[in-house]
Design a binder for this molecule. Sequence first.
Ligand code: PLP
Length: 455
Amino acid sequence: MNNEHYKYLLTENDLPKSWYNINADMPVPLTPVLNPQTREPITAEFLNVLFPMSLIEQEMSTDRYIDIPEEVREIYKLWRPTPLLRARRLEKALGTPAHIYYKNEGASITGSHKTNTAVAQAFYNKIDGTRSLTTETGAGQWGAALAVACKFFDMNLEVFMVRGSFYDKPYRRIIIESYDAEIFPSPSDRTDYGRKYLQENPEGPGSLGIAISEAVETAVKSNGEKKYSLGSVLNHVLLHQTVIGQECLKQMEMADEYPDVVIACCGGGSNFGGIAFPFLHRNLTEGLQTRIVAVEPQATPTLTKGLYAFDYGDTAKMAPILKMFTLGHDFIPAPIHAGGLRYHGMAPQICMLYDAGYIEAVAIPQLETFEAGVLFAQTEGIIPAPESSHAIRAAIDEALDAKEKGEERVILFNLSGHGLLDLSAYDAYHQGQLVNDTLDVNPEEIRKMLPKVDF
Ligand SMILES: *Cc1c(COP(=O)(O)O)cnc(C)c1O
């Protein structure tokens, strides 16, 4: 028994050799992806304008395991395997009999899980001959991850960063520039869509949906010179993140325990899918009943209050139409500090599983997440990303529920990133400037903006 331990560490030899593809075990039929112009099922040719063929194959694959290329594993070794920790000091502060474990993806080179897919996407683009990538970023985590990955594979990168964050939170912009990528505030005057939007809304703060439109337009109009890269939502992105959960399976074994509940915050769904899918695999194939909980902000309650419908992935209606829980592609979120959790939609794989009852979802107000993040910092020492604090809040609530019921519940959550570049958000919290933004969702308003489709 290893029961005195705090950390469960794997060696580089334990790094997974393949990614786990949940489409092989999906208990419900896969929903089609539609072409935004024809609203018919999308073709590989259409997708190939945006993505290299190797990633499109992964997007559509139903193979259960997909080999991780040696070049990608070599780069993963800069920070992987990441540690699993038992949050003993947090447990003590809560006085709970529950055992709380967390996977520290904040240990990556850019401070979040996003590098897991950034490196893979840059690699596949490189071998397919792409010289230049475009992307969007909200708070800057994805832009930073893709910028370093592009540098490692000697590719150019253009990043469209949501304007509010570009000016209010300069540090990730500086990181992106340090990795030698180009970065522009979005809406920008570099695209037709950005110019049009600026004319109509000169003071608009921008949104992830608008930034995606600008990055997609830049790739589409480059005559094949540039491809586009997305940091969440799509199947291949969630696939690449499954290194997280696969490592956790081994580490929980080292701890001689197995989680009763697995928790992660959910923006587009990639860190959630990354930790949860390998555990769902065991639920689906071995009949285990681990509860899987997605946590979102009350200001962006996509799963808990959105409509399950076909919607555009971006504001300008250029990105593929996906069946997902959505707040509507024109949605402009409240300026909460969990920038990574403000997308209007959600990964289709997660939506299918949620709709069919295989996973749970909760929405949490901003002040409670910061309260949880601060307690975590004061007990475990790590300042968590505001996004990750949503998972911490839900883990604490589970631990308190277990205390009330006198259960030794085993809780595992994903610490998707550290918050050292989000200190202005903590400052605002300490100064009492944060509020609980709750979104009142009007389903009729959302329904009005949805595309008409026959599926
Ligand atoms: C981007 C981000 C998220 C949200 O994205 P997902 O695709 O839902 O994982 C969560 N946490 C951190 C630290 C992030 O950077």
